[in-house]
Write a protein that binds this ligand. Structure first.
Ligand code: CTP
Length: 427
């Protein structure tokens, strides 16, 4: 990479309107005689030549005072996050800028959130996770784009190395163990040997036990949001980090690898499916205990339970060599979650069960009756179960090609009504 530091903020990863906005913020900072910088992932991604996401700015004064002054000058609105002393600047046009006060941090206890004090940009950078995330670029008019790289982040970025800034980094914040996995997998970088040793030492000594389930879950969700989450998830296994989260969580690598390969880089439905792949090869009781540890939300918990239901009730029936009617396939799969169907397909993409699942998701799941519950009520069905079971029967008949038109459905419904001794009201 030959770009000179002074040109960082005009690199193509930033939209021209972002550059204009940063210049305006720089002018606000100059008028207030404070330092102001873009920091962290933005600088890293610019140096890597990629696109950057939302802008992160650090100012050497109270973020609140700075955003108030900035919005007076450039318009827009802001939100304050008093607890973190940060602000979200919304200058308009959908742009978001996170503004934080440069700060120094001390950790009262491993895994706890840090105690924060206002500080300088150098103090702010030294508390960060990895050298490649510990760079800043000034936005002041006189040195717009000047790189502040006190920890050789640029060199590590060039060499493709992930390195912590100091020995206590994983102890200060054990979620960094999981961040390391994510960056390592995303960029394909190597982990500097001391950093790797510290990571294993930290994970092996129970550092993650001090981290709340929500924070761990949050890191897993970030992994799942990667363009291809699979390398990071596999790394969790090879570094025994699932076991560090819950001792019983020791899935067989080969099975997880096979499932993830079957899923492909992205799944069609929700992004939780790749995480479920890590839970397939463990006992249901352990799955529950992992869910408890992660303080998993309802959706994930339900999907994990559904996995157990699929395994015990559906898998064998679906894979049978016997011919299954379309309505039978529908009946077997209709209550299963999308995640579980994706996983079951990934398990053996060329198998009979996968073929039936594809038929279900592409076609059968979209079949509905032409008659509605209201139509059934007008011909004399009673509300509730009776209507529900007749609609089910009509759908089965449609799936199996026994009825085609609305008249066919009506005829079948009337026949059932007659047989059950119901009235002929509404005819
Ligand atoms: N950071 C840190 N330790 C953490 C979390 C964040 O030091 N546990 C610092 C890093 O300097 C990071 C910055 O805060 O670059 C912003 O964090 P975040 O927005 O989570 O990550 P990004 O680096 O922007 O990464 P991504 O591309 O995944 O958003």
């Amino acid at each position: 990479m030959t770009t000179e530091p002074a040109t960082i903020l005009s690199m193509s990863g930033l939209a021209p309107e972002d550059v204009r906005l940063l210049r305006k913020l720089g002018e606000t900072a100059r008028a207030r005689e404070v330092g102001a910088y873009v920091v962290g992932g933005v600088v890293r991604d610019l140096l890597l030549g990629g696109d950057v996401g939302d802008l992160d700015v650090v100012v050497e004064e109270r973020a609140q005072d700075f955003v108030e002054a900035a919005t007076r000058e450039i318009g827009g609105t802001y939100k304050l996050y008093a607890r973190f002393g940060t602000a979200l600047l919304l200058p308009g046009g959908g742009v978001k800028v996170d503004v934080a006060t440069a700060r120094s941090e001390t950790y009262a206890a491993p895994g706890a959130l840090p105690d924060v004090e206002p500080g300088t940009i150098s103090e702010d950078l030294v508390r960060r996770d990895f050298t490649l995330n510990a760079m800043a670029a000034s936005i002041l008019p006189d040195d717009f784009g000047r790189l502040v790289d006190l920890h050789h982040g640029r060199e590590d970025l060039r060499d493709g190395v992930l390195r912590v800034l100091h020995e206590g980094s994983f102890t200060d914040d054990p979620t960094r163990v999981l961040r390391a996995v994510r960056f390592h997998a995303r960029f394909g970088f190597s982990i500097e040997p001391t950093t790797e040793a510290l990571l294993h030492q930290s994970a092996g000594s129970g550092a993650l036990d001090t981290v709340s389930g929500e924070r761990i879950m949050n890191e897993l969700v970030l992994m799942l949001a990667e363009t291809d989450p699979r390398p990071a998830l596999l790394k969790l296994l090879t570094w025994n980090l699932t076991t560090a989260v819950r001792p019983c969580w020791t899935p067989g690598h080969a099975e997880v690898e096979r499932l993830l390969a079957g899923l492909g880089p992205r799944t069609d439905g929700t992004r939780m499916t790749p995480l479920l792949a890590l839970l397939v090869p463990v006992e249901p009781a352990c799955r529950e205990s992992v869910m408890d540890r992660l303080k998993a939300g309802r959706h994930l918990r339900d999907a994990v339970r559904d996995l157990g239901c699929y395994e015990s009730r559906t898998a064998a029936a679906l894979a049978t060599e016997r011919e299954l009617s379309r309505s039978e396939i529908h009946g077997l799969l209709r209550h299963h979650s999308l995640e579980v169907l994706e996983l079951a397909t990934a398990d053996n993409p060329g198998g009979r069960a996968a073929e039936r699942i594809r038929l279900y998701t592409d076609e059968l799941s979209k079949v509905s009756t032409l008659l509605t519950g209201a139509d059934l009520l007008t011909i004399g069905f009673t509300e509730g179960l009776e209507v529900g079971s007749m609609l089910d029967e009509l759908r089965r008949a449609r799936l199996d090609g026994l009825v085609a038109s609305r008249d066919d459905e009506m005829a079948l419904a009337r026949e059932r009504l007659g047989r059950s001794g119901g009235g002929e009201a509404g005819t």
